[in-house]
Design a binder for this molecule. Structure first.
Ligand code: 13P
Length: 287
């Protein structure tokens, strides 16, 4: 069921759980994410960065793949296809390409310019029945060339962006894309609490979901986080399973080099990781 992410996140917020956003890179990734969501009877958001979309040869190719796979696999749970950390141009392109949801990451602009561009994109997305995420306070680390300073979002700025009618908001609270460094200070829950108080019922988004300890995830959800983004973890489990297969010499046995066999352990590892996250986020059986 191909939908926007608005209703599933409103329900998550009201039900005190979070919906997982899992980044896709290709056909195997997409299939594993969709099968995991169906297995767990959970709504899911398939996220695509601009870099991954370019790798897959374009937004319309991604939209067609996810939409058709959703149908072909007979997926019954709600699935949103969401642009991750979109640029202004990328967000517009995804509206035209048939995504159901976009993120405009205006955190690198001044707050005035972020407001101006977000406002325009809110009107555009909503005119097409799509949901839209905005960002205040850059997420730390690097994802597909999008580099953030890792600043804590200013709650007053969050309110300004929330008031534009965005459906959910990513606010930096010390979270980082990729692996967390050993000296990471953890999430800033006071900031999260202040941001939620300023933004009322708006679902908040936690980026950098890989490597955040379970108790912090649960606390973040209790303070208003309704969407959690995971990317690196699926890459790590895929690489590890593929390495094991090759190091065990399985690709050299019989027709073990067949790409469908070679990629199968990695795909299964992604499916398992997504199921585990869904369980942790509390969205199992909420479809
Ligand atoms: P991780 O790669 O740290 O899981 O972060 C994913 C993310 O926030 C995508 O926007």
């Amino acid at each position: 069921m191909f939908v926007n992410a608005s209703e599933m996140l409103k329900a998550a917020k009201a039900g005190h759980y979070a919906v997982g956003h899992f980044n896709t890179n290709n056909l195997e990734w997409t299939k594993s994410i969709l099968l995991a969501a169906e297995e767990m009877k959970s709504p899911v958001i398939v996220g695509v960065s601009e870099g991954a979309a370019k790798y897959m040869t374009g937004f319309s190719v991604v939209a067609a793949m996810v939409r058709e796979m959703d149908k072909a696999l007979g997926i019954t749970v709600p699935v949103a296809l969401h642009l991750d950390h979109g640029s202004y141009e990328g967000a517009k392109a995804c509206v035209a390409a048939g995504f159901t949801s976009i993120m405009f990451d205006g955190s690198k602009y001044t707050i005035e310019e972020n407001i101006e561009k977000t406002k325009e994109l809110v009107a555009l997305a909503h005119s097409k029945g799509m949901s839209i995420e905005a960002e205040v306070g850059a997420i730390g680390g690097e994802e597909d060339g999008v580099i953030g300073a890792g600043e804590i979002a200013d709650p007053a700025e969050c309110k300004l962006i929330a008031d534009l009618g965005v459906d959910f908001l990513a606010a930096g609270i010390g979270n980082i894309h990729g692996k967390y460094p050993a000296n990471w200070k953890g999430l800033d829950f006071e900031a999260l609490d202040r941001i939620q108080q300023m933004t009322g019922d708006l679902p908040l988004v936690l980026h950098g979901g890989t490597g955040i300890p379970e108790e912090m995830i649960k606390k973040a959800i209790s303070l208003g986080v309704s969407k959690i983004n995971v990317n690196t973890e699926c890459q790590l489990v895929f690489a590890e399973a593929t390495r094991k297969y090759i190091e065990a010499g399985k690709d050299l046995e019989g027709k073990g080099f067949d790409p469908r066999k070679l990629l199968a352990p990695g795909a299964a590892a992604i499916q398992k990781a997504v199921c585990e996250k869904i369980e942790l986020f509390g969205s199992a059986n909420k479809a």
